[in-house]
Design a binder for this molecule. Structure first.
Ligand code: NAP
Length: 334
């Protein structure tokens, strides 16, 4: 017998699943939020477009996660995933397209796979993406000389000669920071002046371990299977090519928080980082944010899991308050 209905093919293919909380992104923040949601016995799902682990998967060695003196990024990612699953985390490979809050306070999350996820609370842990130079060798030497995080990787370059690329606050500040490890730090900038704040510039110019290379663009990164050896440079004024021998290259040419999925306006700073309260709730009620996409002083694995712990526990309280409010409304209606 043929069942007849009025749904379009698209509507028939789109499934809706309901949860108490949806966690978007499975980096350290997302995995930790899942662990705490599991401990809180919340009906939760984690949506991750790739493999769980986030930026940990782009980091060779991690030396600053308490309890792990020296651990491979991918190993820590696997351990965090396993730990979250011990608390029944439901981690699904889904590419989130949009997050929208309805008037009844329920969030609708659309995915490219066709499943629609609904919940009264969402924890956004989608991280951010460092801007890449997009030159030959950059991907090849990522984690073997090329880095996007001075605090994470600086200690691996003790006594070495390295370069920083960029001319903004991040490049200038991190170049100064890296001199505590490196013997010499070249700062390569494509123009003849920095856009970084004057205070940071003054500190940089006063640092004898730093040499600025003006008007140069990195065109290629070269090395051996053991790691990076040289940067191939081009003068942005004369076009002249040159080679700079370095064993490390830190790229700081911008960082974009992955917040474009949220359809409603939320409070953010001038660079697009989400502003939250001390419970990690954004200006959209029920939308929490944790990790790299949140406004904060530093972006570490430790801070990401701290944010996520707060967010997941705050979600429990938010859901309880919401239930009480709905019950009270229902009683008034009786
Ligand atoms: P940014 O201010 O956007 O600076 C990016 C820098 O990278 C610029 O100097 C830019 O050159 C250069 N650049 C961009 N694309 C490039 C490319 N393809 N090749 C070579 N160079 C390229 O980014 P940011 O330094 O990451 O800072 C982002 C935000 O965070 C800013 O608002 C900053 O104030 C804030 N921040 C603040 C602090 C602090 O206050 N301590 C620390 C870090 C970041 P041009 O100058 O030629 O455009």
């Amino acid at each position: 017998m043929t069942v007849k209905h009025n749904l379009t093919v698209g509507e028939r293919m789109r499934r809706t699943e309901e949860f108490e909380v949806i966690i978007v992104g499975a980096g350290p923040a997302g995995l930790c939020a899942a662990l705490y949601a599991g401990r809180g016995l919340l009906k939760a799902v984690v949506l991750e477009r790739g493999v769980p682990g986030g930026e940990m998967l782009n980091t060779e060695w991690i030396d600053d996660y308490p309890g792990f003196e020296h651990v491979l990024g991918r190993d820590l990612a696997a351990r965090m995933t396993e730990h979250a699953r011990k608390f029944a985390a439901d981690i699904r490979q889904e590419n989130v397209e949009s997050i929208a809050r309805r008037d009844d306070g329920i969030f609708e999350i659309a995915t490219t796979g066709g499943t629609s996820y609904e919940a009264p609370a969402v924890i956004l842990t989608a991280g951010g993406t460092p801007t890449k130079l997009d030159v030959p060798g950059e991907t090849e030497y990522a984690g073997r000389g090329v880095s996007y995080c001075a605090v994470c990787d600086g200690a691996f370059f003790k006594g070495e000669i390295i370069a920083v690329v960029g001319g903004g606050d991040a490049a200038v500040e991190e170049a100064d920071y890296l001199t505590r490890y490196a013997e010499k730090v070249y700062v390569i900038h494509r123009r003849d002046q920095f856009r970084a704040s004057r205070l940071l510039q003054e500190r940089l110019f006063a640092n004898p371990k730093i040499e600025v290379i003006w008007n140069k663009q990195v065109r290629e990164m070269k090395g051996t299977p053991a790691g990076l050896e040289t940067l191939e440079l081009e003068d942005t004024v004369t076009g002249q090519a040159s080679t700079l021998p370095v064993t490390g290259c830190f790229v700081f040419i911008g960082f974009r928080p992955n917040t474009g999925l949220v359809r409603q306006h939320f409070e953010h700073d001038a660079s697009g980082y989400i502003i939250t309260d001390d419970r990690m709730m954004t200006s959209i009620p029920g939308l929490f944010a944790a990790g790299d996409l949140r406004v904060q002083l530093t972006r570490q694995i430790t801070t990401a899991v701290g944010d996520a712990t707060t967010a997941a526990i705050a979600v429990e309280k938010y859901l309880a308050d919401r239930r009480s409010a709905l019950d009270a409304k229902a009683q008034v209606g009786v």
